[in-house]
Design a protein around this ligand. Structure first.
Ligand code: G
Ligand code: G
Ligand code: MN
Ligand code: NA
Length: 253
């Protein structure tokens, strides 16, 4: 639990920051959105992965404060980009199931949006299939309220979790994100057929479909031929701090 103590201190001492990874339209090649991702760099210069500290933040409840901070910072970044002329770009923020199930979630979203002059449909909240475990009915009800506030909802890491197609149909989501595990095996026949199937499923359900973890040109070309809507991955751009993001935009957009 030492790392949890350090995480609390890191939060107070501003060792946490956000990086932003572009999402591109496969048709136009233009940036359509960004995903905000949390990073922790200690004063000693050590990087600690969110894969290690997010679960601790979730178990300890710290994710509630941390998640609000992430949302606020991501929106500030979105507004800065809008001021630069990127008016159609959305900002995606990961939302833990612990945040979704917190009694204050709707108030928190209302409070934060009230601080900024940006329409909520420019904010996309990424949830995972773990919301299909536990209180599914309650989770869907909360998602419906969040949706009626205007936020967009995306199902992250799709295909790796526990949601059945039955639940998927009941989720008020706008977008499916194909997990990078499927993108990375898409060079095989069965791998590409799975990707194709997920894209078809998205279209059947009327959802936007995004492929994550695109690392190679061949993957991007396959996804384009299968009419995947958007891509995200190291082949196009890594998650970047603000300054690098602006350099990338100047160079590539
Ligand atoms: O960026 P990276 O691949 O290292 O992220 C690892 C995991 O941490 C991913 O599953 C990602 O969704 C999660 N993560 C990163 N930032 C946040 C955040 O702000 N909130 C939540 N809940 N999860 C995050
Ligand atoms: O679980 P979630 O989809 O929120 O996590 C996103 C994570 O995926 C981020 O930590 C990001 O660093 C990572 N990521 C983004 N693009 C790529 C990629 O092309 N390859 C790999 N291996 N990871 C990626
Ligand atoms: Mn995500
Ligand atoms: Na993912």
């Amino acid at each position: 639990l030492d790392i949890l103590k350090r995480l609390r201190e890191a939060f107070d001492q501003q060792e946490l920051f956000l990086v932003f990874q572009p999402k591109l339209s496969l048709q136009s090649g233009r940036i359509v959105g960004l995903e905000a991702l949390l990073r922790w760099r200690t004063k000693q210069g050590e990087f600690i992965s969110p894969a290690d500290f997010i679960p601790l933040a979730e178990q300890s409840g710290l994710i509630i404060r941390l998640g609000e901070w992430v949302l606020r910072n991501a929106i500030e970044q979105l507004i800065a980009l809008r001021d630069k002329g990127y008016k159609d770009v959305h900002m995606a923020v990961n939302l833990s199931v612990a945040q979704l199930q917190h009694p204050d979630i709707l108030h928190m979203l209302t409070r934060v949006m009230g601080e900024f002059d940006v329409p909520s449909h420019f904010i996309e909240l990424e949830i995972t299939e773990s919301i299909a475990m536990g209180d599914i009915v309650g989770n869907i009800a909360t998602l419906n309220r969040i949706k009626s506030m205007g936020f967009k909802l995306a199902m992250d890491d799709f295909g790796t979790g526990f949601s059945s197609l039955n639940y998927l149909q009941q989720m008020p989501i706008d977008c499916l994100k194909i997990d990078r595990a499927f993108v990375q095996t898409s060079n095989s026949k069965s791998g590409s057929e799975i990707v194709e199937m997920i894209i078809q499923l998205s279209k059947t359900l009327g959802l936007k479909v995004v492929a994550e973890g695109v690392e190679e040109l061949e993957q991007a070309e396959l996804l384009k031929s299968l009419q995947c809507d958007e891509v995200q991955g190291f082949y196009f751009a890594r998650p970047m701090p603000q300054k690098d993001l602006y350099d990338w935009l100047d160079k590539h957009q």
